[in-house]
Ligand binder design. Structure first.
Ligand SMILES: Nc1ncnc2c1ncn2[C@@H]1O[C@H](COP(=O)(O)OP(=O)(O)O)[C@@H](O)[C@H]1O
Ligand SMILES: N[C@@H](CC(=O)OP(=O)(O)O)C(=O)O
Length: 557
């Protein structure tokens, strides 16, 4: 395609060197009234008073090709989004530390995303369950409500901010629990409304504290600034309309009255019913990456209570080590297959916007953490991380009719589609399919036993079905180009433990090999695999290829 040079009346507030890939279409906020030099651009279309859509059809165009002629420092908008999880803002002391941490990066122009304080979300869920249960007639008797009130009022007091910033929320929360106790009804929709109080209060307290110490901050409820989601309460998906809406709102506020935005994580607004939704547990990570993509920021930072993404869940393997670099694909597989450290959907916006994600430890900011990017040097990589997903159900579906039959797989999958049950892993042969069902999607649904019975009933019309519960998926995240080496070692380890692998699948993502084993054998298997791959020498990298002999595997187990 021939290079074209044109001029539009706009300025991009975000100065990045992000590469715009071939024929990618980006919606970027800009300010009207400035002249920007635009090259390689066959199509520039104004879509609102302060945004243009650029369709770029050049292989090598970079965002800097679209830079403003004169972009003053003061005109630059945000550079980074920093998300702090519940453990990072658990009390007044932690909030003060987080404020200092933010201020220790004076060169950044951050947007802050916060989760609810400490275990507040769990307590709100428990309070809801108690309110709806028999025997509870009044919210006053729910201990979790008292704990939530104590924590938030104590924090306000210790930070020296006005308790008015949350007093209305605490009153409303009590009223809501009274209503639930009276009606004995707690729908997923009400549950989302109930848990939203956590983030609404943490952000108000923190914004008030920053203002008190002289740092201008502004609180935002995500459901008021354009986070539009599906109406799937408790696990809503972010809709495309979110990106321009959020960018427009945050950007125009910055232009008219600059202040650090403090945004509620985890929350959105249902497109159809217009009420509050939540993005699934741990959803504040997704809020952060959505903001990162919406504003085309330089970096997305998620601050946790561990030194980054680790080689394994530290609760299973206390020796787990931080992984310095990951690709979006690796991080997404790791999150999807059960590593609590990242929300399963959170990598999607970052990958689409090609924005680096840095996972850092708010308790140990000096630790370098994990940097997640589109690509990394995989030439020496073997294994990156081991992930365990427990309580998985597997189905073995055997049909003699599958041999040479058209449409058998389609029929099987349509049965799951009709019921909205998602499948994690699939392995097929000429006459059989084995698959695993996602436990988080499965067991949170009330009708599940009936639904499973129905699935089996439907499948039995065309096959012989064997349903097996209490299984676990061990996912080996790494360089699947080296799958023979990884599997050779993994099977040596599992064989020495007497563990029978019931199913194996190597996904198209090229970064994940998943193995199904019994629940009661899973943790020991993961611990031993971790010892062999990560603790005995550097087997996780190809540089040092000396694989221990069988004997040493046994010795370690
Ligand atoms: N592979 C892993 N790497 C890092 N942490 C993990 C991993 N698997 C599980 N975890 C757990 O995830 C926790 C951090 O995630 P989370 O609690 O959601 O953080 P936050 O609430 O700060 O966002 C860690 O404390 C750790 O126990
Ligand atoms: N507070 C919500 C959302 C969240 O992201 O929390 P955290 O960042 O603490 O995992 C939850 O507990 O699920």
């Amino acid at each position: 395609m021939a290079t074209q040079v044109g001029y539009v009346k706009s300025v991009f507030p975000v100065a990045t060197t992000r590469k715009i890939s071939h024929c990618q279409s980006s919606l970027l906020p800009c300010r009207i009234g400035y002249t920007a030099r635009v090259s390689h651009v066959p199509l520039v279309k104004k879509v609102s008073s302060d945004a243009v859509r650029i369709s770029c059809c050049s292989n090598n165009a970079r965002e800097s090709d679209f830079g403003a002629e004169k972009l003053e420092e003061t005109e630059k908008s945000y550079s980074v989004v920093m998300k702090f999880g519940g453990s990072s803002v658990a009390n007044a002391v932690r909030m003060k530390e987080i404020a200092n941490l933010i201020l220790s990066f004076p060169e950044e122009r951050p947007i802050i995303v916060l989760s609810a304080m400490g275990k507040t979300t769990n307590k709100l869920l428990l309070a809801g369950e108690k309110a709806v249960s028999c025997g509870v007639t009044n919210a006053d008797s729910i201990d979790e409500l008292s704990d939530i009130k104590d924590l938030h009022l104590r924090t306000v007091e210790e930070l020296g901010v006005d308790r008015d910033v949350i007093s209305k929320h605490l009153e409303e929360l009590e009223q809501l629990l009274k209503g639930i106790a009276m009606m004995k009804e707690l729908t997923p929709r009400t549950q989302d409304y109930l848990v939203s109080f956590g983030e609404c209060m943490s952000t108000r307290i923190f914004a008030a504290y920053l203002n008190k110490i002289g740092v201008k901050a502004r609180q935002y409820d995500a459901f008021e600034i354009g986070f539009i989601t599906t109406d799937d309460f408790t696990n809503a998906d972010i809709l495309e309309a979110t990106y321009p809406a959020v960018a427009k709102r945050l950007h125009s506020d910055w232009v008219s009255d600059p202040a650090i935005p403090i945004v509620t994580g985890f929350l959105g607004k249902a497109r159809k019913s217009c009420v509050r939704t939540t993005l699934g547990r741990g959803g504040s990570d997704l809020t952060a990456t959505t903001i990162g993509k919406a504003l085309g920021l330089q970096e997305i930072q998620v601050w946790k209570d561990v030194d980054g993404v680790l080689t394994c869940d530290p609760n299973i393997c206390p020796q787990a080590q931080p992984v310095p670099y990951l690709t979006f694909d690796e991080a997404a597989e790791l999150a999807y297959f059960g590593a609590q450290v990242l929300h399963p959907q959170s990598m999607r916006p970052a990958r689409e916007g090609d924005i680096p994600v840095r996972v850092k430890n708010s308790y140990n900011p000096k630790a370098s953490g994990t940097l997640i990017t589109k690509t990394r040097d995989m030439s020496k990589a073997l294994l990156t991380s081991i992930v365990l997903k427990r309580n998985v159900t597997t189905l073995d579906i055997v049909s003699t009719r599958m041999l040479g039959t058209v449409g058998f797989l389609a029929k099987v999958f349509s049965i799951f589609e009709d019921l909205g049950i998602s499948i994690d892993m699939v392995a097929t042969s000429e006459v059989s399919i084995s698959l695993t069902l996602d436990p988080s999607k499965l067991w949170s649904r009330e009708l599940i036993q009936q639904e499973l019975d129905y699935v089996v009933e439907e499948l039995e019309k065309i096959s012989v079905v064997n349903l097996l519960k209490n299984r676990s998926i061990i996912s080996l995240i790494g360089n699947v180009q080296m799958s023979s080496k990884i599997l050779e070692k993994a099977f040596q380890v599992l064989g020495s433990l007497g563990v029978n692998v019931q199913m194996i699948s190597q996904g198209a993502s090229k970064v994940n090999i998943s193995l199904v084993v019994n629940n009661d054998e899973a943790e020991q298997s993961v611990r031993t695999l971790h010892k062999i791959f990560f603790e005995s020498g550097k087997l996780s990298e190809l540089e040092n290829e000396s694989i221990p002999e069988n004997g040493s595997v046994r010795a370690l187990s």
